[in-house]
Design a protein around this ligand. Structure first.
Ligand code: NAD
Ligand code: TYD
Length: 352
């Protein structure tokens, strides 16, 4: 049976991997990718699949209520996988309202359309919100986030994602909207915008630019290869229980400075530079305001209930990722020109 599925934010980093996986794996689905193409959205990410007959791109804004209602009427979606968001913590510190608007107002706009258009036939519908582990706040050196950890968001980004999670659950409780949520740890891999730690540092090493390490580099993140996240999203969408939350993580914690040293060493080897060359670029800069110390996911539930686990070891994932950025200089050049470059210079000047 033909299923019509809306994926929001499909031109972004994670969304593009999700769209690719669904378009290739489910030829009998019609995949509608809705994206506003902000600085973070790039259709080049999908050039290998955009001619497929089961793929449609719609340029539009999730905060535009009339447009979203019309889109739901036009396609009669069976399900929604909602990824569109403002996603970078540093940007949320400079511009919290943008995060409130896209992440909360935009999510509620989609929820409203789903509630209204689906209202007499919720059976077999599904609204899936893709969220972050940052909603749980910050851990010290012990313990893990589980699905029952109390929300304690600490940055404007995580507060906006926590707010959107709450709205999704409120629509399930109040209107019986069939929802599912997942909260994932830090992703890395091809097509990530070079403002996030890993692609930013790969790009800077390649261009012999300083590597701005916030604070002492002691913060810890749990890294997951983006394709493994896309596989988890496939599992949650198809096998997850309505109303449930699933935590997704890499079982792969790294202190920033240790991770950065691995990137430096691997880049030296791949670029044929003398050992230690890239590490010399490390520059300790003023810490991020309110910088969460540690994120770590306990992903037992999704492993036990849905049979998902990461497929790629970190060493292999980081090596593949670096290779991709080295082979896709043009992509990096395109996304780092223009508007982003101005933003980057502004942020970077502040860090010096
Ligand atoms: P991204 O910033 O790379 O992509 C976001 C996409 O959303 C872009 O294509 C952008 O154009 C689009 N978008 C933004 N505002 C929009 C609007 N108003 N209307 C329509 N489209 C809009 O983000 P990402 O890293 O791929 O993250 C995707 C989702 O996954 C987000 O919801 C994020 O909170 C969540 N998440 C990300 C991570 C991570 O490590 N990156 C981890 C866990 C969860
Ligand atoms: P980031 O990729 O922004 O993801 P998040 O803040 O959502 O975890 O940052 C990952 C870690 O790297 C985080 O502890 C902040 C740190 N960081 C730096 O030290 N320097 C940088 O230039 C950036 C972008 C991040």
């Amino acid at each position: 049976m033909l299923k019509t599925l809306l994926i929001t934010g499909g031109a972004g980093f994670i969304g593009s991997h999700v769209v690719r996986l669904f378009v290739n794996k489910y030829p009998n689905y019609k995949i509608i990718n809705l994206d506003a193409l902000t600085y973070a959205g790039n259709l080049e990410n999908l050039k290998d699949i955009d001619q497929k007959s089961n793929y449609v791109f719609e340029k539009g804004d999730i905060t535009d209520e009339n447009y979203i209602f019309d889109l739901f009427k036009k396609y009669d979606f069976d399900g929604v996988i909602h990824l569109a968001a403002e996603s970078h913590v540093d940007r949320s510190i400079s511009n919290p309202l943008e995060f409130l608007k896209t992440n909360i107002f935009g999510t509620v706009t989609l929820l409203n359309a789903a509630k209204e258009i689906w209202k007499d036939h919720f059976d077999n519908k599904r609204f899936y919100h893709v969220s972050t582990d940052e909603v749980y706040g910050s851990l010290d050196n012990g313990g893990f986030f589980t699905e029952t950890t109390a929300y304690d968001p600490k940055s404007p980004y995580s507060a906006s994602k926590a707010g959107s999670d709450h709205f999704v659950r409120a629509y399930a409780n109040t209107y019986n909207l069939p929802i599912v949520i997942s909260n994932c740890s830090n992703n890395y891999g091809p097509n990530q915008f070079p403002e996030k730690l890993i692609p930013l540092f790969i790009n800077n090493i390649q261009n012999n630019k300083p590597l701005p390490v916030y604070g002492k580099g002691e913060n810890i993140r749990d890294w997951l290869y983006v394709v493994d996240h896309a596989r988890a999203i496939d599992d949650v969408y198809h096998k997850g229980k309505t109303g449930e939350t699933y935590n997704i993580g890499g079982f792969n914690e790294w202190k920033n400075i240790d991770l950065i040293k691995v990137i430096c060493k691997t880049m030296d080897e791949k670029l044929g530079r003398e050992a230690g060359t890239s590490e010399k670029l490390i520059t300790y800069v003023t810490d991020r305001a309110g910088h969460d110390l540690r994120y770590a996911i306990d992903a037992t539930k999704i492993t036990k209930d849905l049979g998902w686990k990461p497929s790629l070891q970190f060493e292999e994932g980081i090596s593949k990722t670096i290779d991709w950025y080295l082979e896709n200089e043009e992509w990096l050049k395109n996304v780092t020109s223009g508007a982003y470059q101005e933003y980057y210079d502004e942020m970077y000047d502040k860090r010096d």
